[in-house]
Design a protein around this ligand. Structure first.
Ligand code: AMP
Length: 435
């Protein structure tokens, strides 16, 4: 199927071909026709599946086909709610990229930023608002924003929004919009809380599910057992030097850990920066810009701050601290292998963390192969019930310690293909707490 077959307007097709998108991803193929027909929609789609374009393209198309008659009121006809500021910025950028050949005013309203530029922009006509719930409610309470002519309400990463405690805000916002609106809910997981929200907000929704992408096949995943923090730092330093790392995101469990590790890497002579929730939004945006421009090679980040980061040159993701939740693992490793490139995701695990690993492997349906670096082998093994990794069938390989040498890993190649590789038939039972 081509984008043209989805009946998208030539102006949208032009921007897609400029971006090198050749074919729609599965979620795009399934969602776009349903949205264009005006249905409410629940789509199970994780980040990395092309979900942003799946809702942005039909929303843009509605502008061209004059389905949004808000020119007279100057009030928004599309509202996209996201759980985090970074994701809102990301969606906002995607909207501008996909709508490059169209005229519309979009506005990104996120917390952590100064109010005055937002207030100034809100005094002008606006077509699309992309926002995090907290800041949006602030503006609504101050009567700076009128949602009474809204046509499309989009909830991106709805599950994460509920996890972050935004349910009341989401319901409040929805209650201020017309009942006749079209509502689209995108989510990676599904549970009772979300079902209840969907029941309240959506009207006879169509569903897209099962085509869930759990992990991308273009990402090579590896696991290193570590004995302690010192061992972790040594391994990281070795891998950063021996691998062909263009840019890397290194995940830390804590904000303090992210700061400390970024400082340590900087002292070792790397161009490194931290990204976490204790930084103000301006500083976070500046750091992401630096990563995008290539001024920062290694970004040490926490989960929330790194959500939605889409930088094509990120060749490696390191889980310096293994995440507790499988979805966080999938999200983290999805920061590499963007736009069809190859990526490498390397996780450090201490023997007592095998429960988290089990959870991740159950969720992704894949075993992460164990690797060792000669000269930096762990003293301890993973605490599994069987005695050896081999017995459990876990593939295991060792590489010689060659700082600055070539690890033999394939050079990253950009392919203009969807960054998505779907496994059919994966059911929605893979829920965060199900494992
Ligand atoms: P998302 O899941 O929306 O975060 O998108 C993941 C990545 O895939 C982004 O870098 C998009 O630019 C890219 N992408 C989305 N749709 C397509 C497509 N049809 N073809 C190629 N790349 C795409």
């Amino acid at each position: 199927m081509s984008f043209k077959q989805l009946n998208l307007h030539p102006r949208i097709l032009n921007s897609l071909s400029e971006l090198g998108y050749e074919t729609p991803t599965t979620v795009q193929e399934e969602a776009i026709p349903k949205i264009l027909e005006g249905h409410d929609l629940i789509a199970s789609a994780q980040t990395g599946t092309g979900k942003t374009a799946a809702f942005v393209l039909p929303a843009l198309q509605a502008f061209i086909s004059q389905k949004h008659p808000n020119k007279a009121t100057g009030t928004p006809s599309v509202l996209i709610l996201t759980p985090t500021r970074e994701l809102a910025n990301q969606v906002s950028m995607a909207m501008r990229r996909y709508g490059k050949f169209m005229r519309f005013n979009s506005l990104c309203l996120v917390g952590g930023m100064s109010y005055s530029p937002q207030i100034k922009q809100l005094s002008k006509p606006v077509d699309v608002v992309i926002a995090t719930p907290g800041r949006l409610i602030d503006h609504i309470n101050q009567k700076r924003l009128d949602l009474s002519h809204l046509n499309i309400l989009i909830l991106d990463e709805a599950d994460r929004m509920l996890d972050m405690g935004f349910i009341d805000e989401v319901e409040q916002v929805a209650s201020l919009t017309p009942k006749t609106r079209q509502t689209l809910m995108f989510t990676a997981t599904w549970d009772g809380k979300l079902a209840k929200l969907a029941q309240n907000l959506l009207n006879n929704p169509q569903r897209i599910q099962a085509e869930e992408q759990v992990t991308q096949d273009n990402i090579e995943q590896r696991l290193h057992v570590v004995d302690n923090d010192d061992h972790k730092h040594q391994l990281l330093q070795h891998l950063l030097l021996s691998e062909e790392v263009t840019q890397a995101i290194i995940f830390s469990a804590t904000k303090r850990g992210a700061d400390d590790l970024a400082k340590k890497l900087a002292i070792q002579g790397h161009s490194a920066a931290a990204l976490h929730g204790d930084m103000n939004q301006m500083a976070r945006n500046r750091t992401i810009q630096k990563l995008r421009r290539g001024d920062v090679q290694f970004l040490v980040a926490t989960d929330v701050a790194a959500r939605g980061i889409d930088v094509t040159n990120v060749s490696h993701v390191f889980n310096f601290d293994l995440p507790k939740f499988a979805e966080d693992y999938v999200h983290r490793i999805g920061r590499t292998g963007r736009a069809g490139a190859l990526g490498t995701a390397i996780s450090f695990i201490s023997p007592n963390e095998h429960v988290h690993l089990k959870r991740i492997e159950r969720y992704t349906g894949k075993q992460v192969p164990l690797h060792e670096v000669a000269g930096l082998e762990p003293k301890n093994r993973l605490a599994t019930k069987t005695s050896s990794h081999k017995k459990k069938g876990r593939s295991f390989s060792s590489s010689s310690r060659k700082p600055n040498g070539n690890s033999g890993f394939k050079k990253k190649a950009y392919q203009q293909q969807p960054a998505v590789f779907h496994r059919k038939g994966t059911s929605q039972k893979k829920l965060r707490h199900a494992s």
